[in-house]
Every structure is written in structure tokens, then in C-alpha cells.
Design a binder for this molecule. Structure first.
Ligand code: ZN
Ligand code: ZN
Length: 256
């Protein structure tokens, strides 16, 4: 990998290592481009606070820290400042204006919950509910149509264990939307490391058949998570097996 756009920091409360340690690891891995995309802060109604995200008041420090490191390492590494955000229709407009005001360059979509998160099941939980699968696919499609997301992180996070034909129908819709909108889909290396239900081979077979653009993302929650040659090799094998169109670098869609 010469570029990784999916990198976290300890602000999300479930990652470790300083920003500079991630940069050092990226240099060790001989990367040319490192994008930080920590879990976005999120405003909720009724003062709800997320336990997997930075607080809104931490965003300026996140951006300032990365700007300083970008200047320091300018000769060695191209650093980008992004966030992994959800597309929650009721909450997104306020979030977007806040992150624009704070100098964030780009967004990855990480749709970990549907609707507006509150009261919804985590999308990684096993489900045989077609309605949930359909909602996920449509919500991701709506997100893509905003034109604001540079790529879709772990697009196969929805953990459907029901009828295979049902899965195929809805995922084919999602993949076609990605192709039409020219938005890359991410083969997520952390999923491999943690033996999660993604990357899902069925998903990637369909993505290959639909001619989707593909990117490999480390989803690093530790600096060492950027140096994972074994998983990278597995991902490249998937690219071959499913005839995926791999992008080594992504044209980021800036949000300002
Ligand atoms: Zn995370
Ligand atoms: Zn992530």
C-alpha cells in the first residue's frame, strides 16, 4: 500500500498511539500518503454522548495537531485530515457545517448504524431482517449521492445471515450505486485482523461483477495496524479472485 486513508487516533477512545507514531509506522511501511479519518464527533439530541467518538470540542485540537505534523513531515509524507462519518439524515447538516468550519478535508463513510443511530441495532450484529438490510443499502446510497464521501469504509459491515438471494439483490443495488457515483468501496484490513464477518466474499464477488472501484483500507487503530503485509496480501488476492478494479490512490473529494 502506498496510501492509506483510514487511520484513527486515541480520541475515539478505542485506538492507541500518538499521531506521530502512526506517521512513523506509515513511513516504515513506505507509504506516500497517510490520511487520518478518526471517528467523527457527533451531535445528538438530548445531550447524548457517544463512547466511540471524539467530543465535538476535541475536533479543533485534532485538526491543529495534524496540521502541525503535516508541516513537519512535508518532505516525507503527504498527510490528509479527514473523518470517518456516518450519514444520519437528521443529524448530518449540523455535523457538516461544524466540520467544514474546523478545516476537515475529507470524509469516509462508515455506516455503523442506520437511521439516526439512536435506538437502532449495530449494523455488525447478525440479522436476518431484510428490512434492515434494505435500509442499510439505501442509506449508504443516499450518502453517496451527497457527493461528500471519498469512499465507503467496510461497505460489507451489515451482517446479514438470512436468505442468500435477498442479500444478493440488495447488495447488487448498493454496488451499482457505488459504480454510478464512482465511489470506491473499501476492503477493510482490520476486519481480517479481528476475524470479523467482513470482508465478506459474497459482497466482493458482487462488487467485482458490477465493476466497482476498490480501495484497501487499514482502518488502523494502532500504529502497527499500518504494517500488515499478510492481510494486504489477502486483500490483493481478493482483488484478483473477484476481478476488482483496485485504486492505489484515491482522488479525495474535499468537503469545503
Ligand atoms: Zn473504530
Ligand atoms: Zn474506521
Amino acid at each position: 500500500m502506498i496510501a492509506n486513508y483510514h487511520t484513527h487516533t486515541p480520541r475515539c477512545l478505542h485506538a492507541e498511539g500518538t499521531e506521530e507514531a502512526y506517521i512513523q509506522a506509515a513511513l516504515e511501511a513506505k507509504m506516500e500518503i497517510l490520511g487520518f479519518s478518526d471517528h467523527t464527533p457527533q451531535f445528538y439530541p438530548n445531550g447524548r454522548v457517544s463512547t466511540i467518538r471524539m467530543l465535538p470540542q476535541e475536533l479543533p485540537g485534532y485538526v491543529r495537531t495534524l496540521e502541525a505534523l503535516r508541516a513537519k513531515y512535508a518532505q516525507k509524507l503527504q498527510i490528509h485530515i479527514g473523518l470517518e462519518a456516518e450519514y444520519y439524515p437528521d443529524l448530518f447538516p449540523e455535523l457538516l457545517s461544524f466540520i467544514r468550519d474546523n478545516g476537515v478535508e475529507y470524509l469516509l463513510l462508515g455506516q455503523h448504524w442506520c437511521v439516526n443511530e439512536i435506538g437502532e441495532p449495530y449494523n455488525g450484529r447478525e440479522t436476518a431482517d431484510e428490512a434492515l438490510l434494505a435500509r442499510y443499502c439505501h442509506q449508504v446510497a443516499d450518502a453517496m449521492q451527497t457527493g461528500l464521501f471519498s469512499y465507503i469504509a467496510h461497505p460489507d459491515i451489515l451482517n446479514f445471515v438470512g436468505d442468500a438471494a435477498v442479500y444478493e439483490k440488495h447488495i447488487r443495488f448498493l454496488c451499482r450505486e457505488a459504480r454510478e457515483n464512482r465511489i470506491p468501496l473499501e476492503i477493510n484490513l482490520l476486519g481480517m485482523i479481528n476475524n470479523k464477518h467482513y470482508p465478506n466474499p459474497v459482497f466482493w464477488r458482487i462488487a467485482g461483477e458490477e465493476g466497482c472501484l476498490t480501495v484497501i483500507g487499514a482502518d488502523a487503530h494502532t500504529p502497527r495496524g499500518l504494517i500488515v503485509p499478510e492481510q494486504e496480501g489477502n486483500a490483493l488476492q481478493m482483488v484478483k479472485d473477484y476481478d476488482l478494479q483496485l485504486l492505489k490512490k484515491v482522488q479525495l473529494r474535499t468537503i469545503y
